[in-house]
Structures are given as C-alpha cells and as structure tokens.
Design a protein around this ligand. Structure first.
Ligand code: ATP
Ligand code: MG
Length: 380
C-alpha cells in the first residue's frame, strides 16, 4: 500500500499540494484527475522521490520512502513520464531494457521480454527496436514509454498521462491491455489523466483533485452517482452515468417498501388493500419477508369466495431481480419475459423493492433531462 499522510508541497513558498492524505491499495488502479496545475504530476514525482515532500510523509508498505534506498525504490517503480521521457541518445531497445540490464538479468530473457512487450503495443520489434526516439511518432514514443515502465516487472507503476498522444483506437486497446495486465498480475498503478471517460473505464478508484486539494476519492460508481459537490458534478459531466449503465443499479431506482400482504390475508381485505394503494398486484410474503407469490387481478377474479386467503389465490413469481443487478440486466429480463412487475430481493432473498414498467420508463427518461429538470421533475 502507498500512503500519503498529510503531504504538503511548496515550491518557493508557493503551496501546490495542501495537506493531502490518501491510501492507494495494492493491486488497485488509482486514477488522479483534475484541472491542469492541480498537482497530479507533483504527487507522482514525490511518490518516486524525484522531489521531496515539504511536510508530511509517504509510506510504502508502512515504510517511509525517505528511509529507503532511492535507487532501489525507483527500480521497483515503473514511471511513465508525462510526454514520454525517453532517453534521446538511446535506441528504443536500450530505453526499454535499461533497468533490466542494470539489474544484470539474463540477456536472452531480456530480449524475449522486450519482443513480447513490443508486440503487446503493436510495434514490430524488427522495425523499431534500433530506432532513436526522434525517429518515432508521438504515439509510438508513448507506447515505448509505457512498456519501458513495465519491462522490469515492478510492483508499482506510475503513469503520467501515458495515452494522451494516442488516437482513440490505439488508446482504447492500450487501456484494455493495461486492465488485462492489472487483472492478471495485480500491479499497483497510479494513473494520471485528463480524460474522465478513461478514468471511469480503467480506475478502481478515482481521486479528483483541484488546487492542491483532494475533492473526492472514491470508486467510479460513487463518483458518478454521488459527486461530492458541484465542481465534481460538473467535472464528471451531466448524465455521464448513462455511458456506464452497468453502474445504475436496481436499488437506485426501485420502489422501496412495496405493498405486501401475508399469506393468510383474505380476498376481501386483499381487494381493499389494493384499492387503498391504487395498485393492481399484491406481493405475498412470509413473516421473514421472503416472497411467496403474487396476487394479481386475475387471481382475485378466479377466487369467488371472499374468505379465500392470499396464499390460495397467488401465483408463483417467475422473474425476480436483486438489489445489485444493473439496469441492463433488468431491461434484458423485461424484454425476455414481458412481465410488468419485477420484485427485488436483497442478499438474504428478502423482498425489499419492486420494479414496475413505469419506474423503468421514468428512470430511462432521466438520461434525456438535464440535471436541473431531473431534480425538479417528478421521478417518483
Ligand atoms: N519545479 C517547480 N517549481 C515551481 N513550481 C512548480 C514546479 N513544478 C510544478 N510547479 C507548480 O506546481 C503546480 C502543480 O503542478 P503539476 O505539474 O503537479 O500539475 P498537474 O496537475 O500535473 O498539471 P497538468 O495537468 O498540466 O500536467 C503548478 O502550479 C506548477 O506550476
Ligand atoms: Mg502533470
């Protein structure tokens, strides 16, 4: 774990980072994002000890980095510098292999590793390994910068806007590579970007910074759903959650506490309860709120005795969803089943909510409204 504890950074009395604290978990990809000049690069440089903190401290696995051997620290930490940062007088191969060679790794292994990495970023080793950085395009330089950071298989990788000069297709495929890599080998990565879509796609957690402060440090889901303040909300962008509908969960839009009855409620009382609440179905539950079945209008008609209990009239429930399901799952279910009401269960299979066609429609329609109208409008 990388821990920043009350870190302040001043340049000649000018405070650029002001008492920031954050825990960066092992194996997670943490994204730093914020307006230009907010202190993202400065944060990475301090983690790498390129510059010292002015106040506070930075710990890695509980140990203050100031007490570690600087060279060792850097070798265990890949760093993709903003704007590439390749050594101009070295070939691509020498740039990639520099640390491995310093560590005196097996030359054959180094070579194979280099070829593997080049192929990972779609650059032909034959064609590019002997070139100098000036003989590459900006995007190619960035890709070499990324694989150089990976070459020595470090525990921690710091990436400062590593994909900024790439076209959208290459960028997206490198994002996928990075995610795959992270899933496979669980690297701890700190990734700086200006691109919120990129952040949402790749981050386990996003740290939104402004003027040397952390405004919000949370999962993409929470940042999308519960922006801390209006700056974060604007920064994230109105309705961006609709680009990631998998984060729109059933519990966010279901009807809470749907009207229920117990199995022994007789037909006449069921009718009254439905009338009183202007509903056409009753969910039948047991003492522990486990769902037993549904009583609809048809079921009521079929039972002609006013004293028949709900449990004798109800029909079984064929489709249910769970609080953590997302709206895409639910829409698929609705399409497949043509049901109008989908009961929602919690982790203990207890009934906690209900989805109806109308609340699905009203949820879906929110993406076409601005924040102002959505808040002012009737969402219930
Ligand atoms: N060596 C330095 N001396 C003085 N001020 C500096 C130095 N390095 C950075 N700063 C200032 O610190 C602030 C934060 O800079 P930093 O490079 O961390 O921003 P950033 O968030 O990475 O911005 P960008 O998105 O533009 O890369 C800026 O106001 C910058 O001018
Ligand atoms: Mg920067």
């Amino acid at each position: 774990m990388i821990q920043l504890q009350n870190v302040t950074k001043e340049f000649k009395g000018n405070v650029v980072l002001s008492d920031i604290s954050m825990d960066i978990n092992d194996g997670e990809l943490t994204v730093l994002i914020g307006p230009s000049g907010c202190g993202k690069t400065t944060t990475l440089k301090m983690i790498n000890r390129l510059i010292p903190v002015s106040k506070g401290r930075i710990l890695i696995d509980g140990k203050d980095i100031e007490e570690m051997d600087k060279v060792q620290l850097r070798r265990n930490m890949g760093y993709v510098i903003q704007q590439g940062g390749l050594f101009p007088h070295m070939t691509v191969r020498e740039n990639i292999e520099i640390i491995e060679r310093l560590e005196k790794k097996d030359p054959q292994q180094i070579m194979e590793n280099t070829v593997r990495l080049m192929e990972m970023v779609d650059l032909d080793p034959q064609e590019y390994l002997d070139r100098y950085p000036t003989e590459l395009s900006g995007g190619q330089r960035q890709r070499i910068g990324v694989i150089r950071a990976l070459a020595n298989d470090p525990e921690i990788i710091l990436l400062d806007e590593p994909f900024s000069a790439l076209d959208p297709v290459t960028r997206s495929s490198l994002q996928d590579e990075l995610l795959e890599l992270q899933e496979k080998v669980g690297k701890t990565m700190v990734f700086v970007t200006h691109d919120m879509d990129e952040a949402i796609k790749i981050a386990d957690r996003i740290c939104i910074m402004k003027d040397g402060h952390i405004l919000q440090f949370d999962t993409p889901e929470m940042i999308l759903k519960k922006p801390q303040d209006s700056f974060v909300a604007n920064f994230v962008g109105t309705n961006r959650i609709w680009d990631s509908p998998e984060y729109i969960r059933v519990e966010d839009f279901m009807i809470h506490h749907p009207i229920t009855c117990k199995g022994d409620m007789i037909r006449n009382r069921c009718i009254k309860r439905m009338r009183d609440h202007h509903i056409d179905t009753l969910l039948v539950v047991d003492e522990e709120e486990h769902l037993l079945g549904i009583v609809g209008r048809k079921d009521l008609f079929k039972a002609n005795n006013p004293l028949v209990p709900a449990e004798k009239m109800m029909h079984p429930v064929s489709y249910v969803s769970h609080v953590g399901d997302n709206i895409v799952n639910v829409l698929k279910m609705v399409e497949e089943s043509e049901v109008n009401n989908i009961p929602v269960l919690d982790g203990e299979e207890k009934l906690v909510g209900l989805l109806t066609n109308s609340n699905l429609v009203s949820t879906l329609s929110k993406q076409f409204l601005t924040n102002d109208t959505a808040e002012g409008g009737s969402s219930k």
